[in-house]
Ligand binder design. Structure first.
Ligand code: SAM
Length: 385
């Protein structure tokens, strides 16, 4: 295999950009694959496993290394037959199979016995079919069983793994699968059976061909089949470590969602000000804030909440300074400090959107700017503590 993995970052060279996007074929760099097995080894030794299944093997980045070689039976599968043909030439000890991991999946289809101790190691495709990025090329690349169907192939893949009842799962997946409540809820059938044992964050920009401008946090996650499963409460208090040695918990911040409406609120019509729908920090970086047109994504602002929207509007200007691993969080706020700065945020937004608000005096603008800079400087220092 070392022939292929000489370069740390491997690109699916046989695929067009559109095919790569639809199959989610962004292959794992060697250092991440090594870290995955290093992390897994803390929980289970290779000789305690009968079968390793890699259901989305691509060129085989996760079939490499000492840990894998010590497992009795190793199966590599993928829906992409050309990728399998390339992987076959590099791994003589692996049984390869062309298979759709989202359709009729069962142990017997992969040639795995019911009582084998099974490990799944995978970096499934993450392909959010509703996301606005790369919207022009996205389409569903395979058939999916009804009960596995979600809006994201990665979420569906995890539900598929659950069906195979593995004892351990070592998987790379976006952090948003855990921290976004809607995603977590879709994963409930999986989370009921699997306890998160370790979760290490890295930047999606580690993947070859990934966006150079907007990285999102991805996890090296180890799950074990345990009756207690994983609850959203566990996630909320989980201390996530990053591969770079930083850490955070969701619970350490207060979030803007507690103070304003983030999504279209159709019943509250006729407000003076409108704001674009808010999702997470990464979405805010790309989206607009105050808007003038009544569109489907418009949030109607209640007058008494206006200062909070101004806060988000100004937060957007500082968002690039936040670490990538916070990208899927809601906009955080230090509400106590905000209370003493309300006017400053309003003045700054007014200055920024002179077509919507009356333009403030330059002097007031300068004072407000200094105060907001102090707020964000202190906030960013606290994040990195
Ligand atoms: C993120 S890549 C990972 C490849 C490899 N595991 C690695 O880590 O480098 C996702 C892989 O999933 C495969 N894939 C996409 N849809 C699939 C499906 N329905 N069934 C099986 N494999 C699929 C793609 O062909 C691609 O090889």
């Amino acid at each position: 295999m070392d022939k292929i993995a000489k370069d740390q970052r491997v690109s699916a060279k046989h695929l067009s950009f559109a095919a790569k996007t639809n199959l989610g074929s962004f292959y794992t760099p060697k250092r991440i694959a090594q870290k995955l097995y290093e992390t897994l080894a803390k929980f289970v030794a290779p000789d305690q496993i009968d079968v390793l299944l890699e259901p989305n093997c691509g060129y085989g980045a996760l079939l490499e290394g000492e840990y894998v070689k010590r497992i009795k039976k190793v199966i590599g599968a993928d829906i992409d037959e050309s990728a399998i043909a390339i992987a076959k030439s590099a791994f003589s000890f692996v049984c390869f199979k062309s298979a759709n991991a989202l359709k009729n999946i069962s142990r017997s289809n992969y040639g795995i016995n019911e009582n084998d101790r099974l490990l799944i190691a995978a970096n499934p495709p993450y392909n959010d079919l509703t996301s606005q990025i790369k919207n022009g090329v996205k389409k569903l690349a395979c058939e999916i069983d009804r009960d596995l169907l979600t809006r994201d192939l990665g979420l569906s893949s995890l539900l598929g793994f659950n069906r195979l009842r593995p004892d351990f799962i070592a998987v790379l997946h976006p952090l948003s699968y855990l921290i976004k409540k809607t995603n977590f809820n879709l994963l409930k059938p999986f989370m009921k059976n699997y306890a998160l044992k370790e979760a290490l964050i890295f930047n999606s920009q580690e993947f070859c061909d990934a966006s150079k401008t907007s990285g999102f946090p991805v996890l090296i996650a180890i799950y074990a089949k345990e009756q207690k499963g994983t609850s959203y409460e566990d996630i909320y208090h989980w201390r996530f470590n990053t591969i770079e040695g930083e850490s955070f918990t969701m619970a350490q911040f207060d979030y803007i969602g507690a103070y304003l409406d983030k999504y279209p609120n159709k019943k509250k019509k006729n407000s003076k000000y409108l704001f674009y729908t808010m999702r997470d920090i990464n979405a805010l970086k790309r989206s607009r804030t105050f808007i003038k047109e009544e569109i489907a994504n418009a949030v109607h602002i209640r007058e008494e909440k206006l200062d909070y929207y101004c806060y988000v509007d100004i937060f957007k200007d500082y968002a690039d300074r936040l670490p990538y691993y916070m990208g899927n969080l809601d906009v955080p706020i230090d509400n106590k400090r905000f209370e003493s700065l309300r006017d400053s945020f309003r003045i700054l937004s007014a200055y920024k959107h002179s077509d919507i608000f009356a333009k403030p005096k330059f002097d007031d603008f300068q004072k407000a700017q200094t105060r907001a800079q102090d707020y964000f400087r202190d906030f960013l220092e606290k994040v990195r503590l």
